[in-house]
Design a binder for this molecule. Sequence first.
Ligand SMILES: Cc1cc2nc3c(=O)[nH]c(=O)nc-3n(C[C@H](O)[C@H](O)[C@H](O)COP(=O)(O)OP(=O)(O)OC[C@H]3O[C@@H](n4cnc5c(N)ncnc54)[C@H](O)[C@@H]3O)c2cc1C
Length: 264
Amino acid sequence: MPDTETDGRSLTRVRYETRLRELTVTAIRSVSPHLTRISLTGDFTGFQSLGFDDHVKLFFPDPETGILTLPNLGMPPGDGPKPVMRDYTPRRFDGRTLDIEFALHEAGPATAWAINARIGDILHIGGPRGSTLIPLAFDSYVLIGDDTALPAMARRLEELPAGTKVCVIAEVDGLDDHVQFETRADAKIHWVHRQTAYPNCLNEALKALHAPKGDVHVWVACESSQAKLIRQQLIEDHGINPKWIKASGYWRRGDVGAHEPIND
Ligand SMILES: Cc1cc2nc3c(=O)[nH]c(=O)nc-3n(C[C@H](O)[C@H](O)[C@H](O)COP(=O)(O)OP(=O)(O)OC[C@H]3O[C@@H](n4cnc5c(N)ncnc54)[C@H](O)[C@@H]3O)c2cc1C
């Protein structure tokens, strides 16, 4: 059940029972040259995802041994091989099908799996374990992220009520990687291209923009060191209240399976 909210601007945390599920690939679609949507079906009893930036754990065979190790839920980790797992956003769930969108980049096990996926393939997932809900009481919202954040940002844009003011800064490789966002919100979308401004194009884009007036909530998800810089820039240059920034490293250059919430 949701925690109590105090000032209408507090985050609400919801917990779910964590289950491991064996799902089957039913459809594969290229959303853009660097984004593939994979649809999965299976037993979704009890599956819930209330937050646009929830994540599920996806489990893959160890790239060295080819052995798939699954977690023993509810038990402390043993001495045996550790599961190879990566975090992904539940992009869309309609009660029967779960869509996950994979940004295609330098291939680790998750990306390699998505590139090679075929209809009928099996994928094991766990979670989401819970959701953190950002209230709708702010005057406006800003979403900043790279390709790995596109699924969460697209979901947020679909879920925001009509007329909500939202500004999106999205980093992709180039023009071909723009995706079509569906939204009833009053959205301004700024695309930035790595091809022309790598590696700090989100920071550069942010410099050129003025913070919206009023109380603004900013959500950031991208490479860890970049997310840290953006958070600092939001506070120091744009005067955003640190309490109203939710920033995360969705991956870390040179590291595997990184997930880093960025706070003080
Ligand atoms: C909460 C959360 C939600 C996420 N949701 C999504 C999602 O919906 N879709 C999605 O595509 N990703 C998402 N990610 C990011 C994804 O989990 C990582 O990119 C993950 O590292 C990919 O796993 P991999 O096995 O392909 O690569 P890894 O084995 O983890 O890494 C292999 C190499 O690739 C590099 N690398 C990892 N990611 C990237 C990247 N994006 N660009 C360039 N190099 C990279 C690593 O630094 C490493 O050198 C999410 C992450 C988090 C924390």
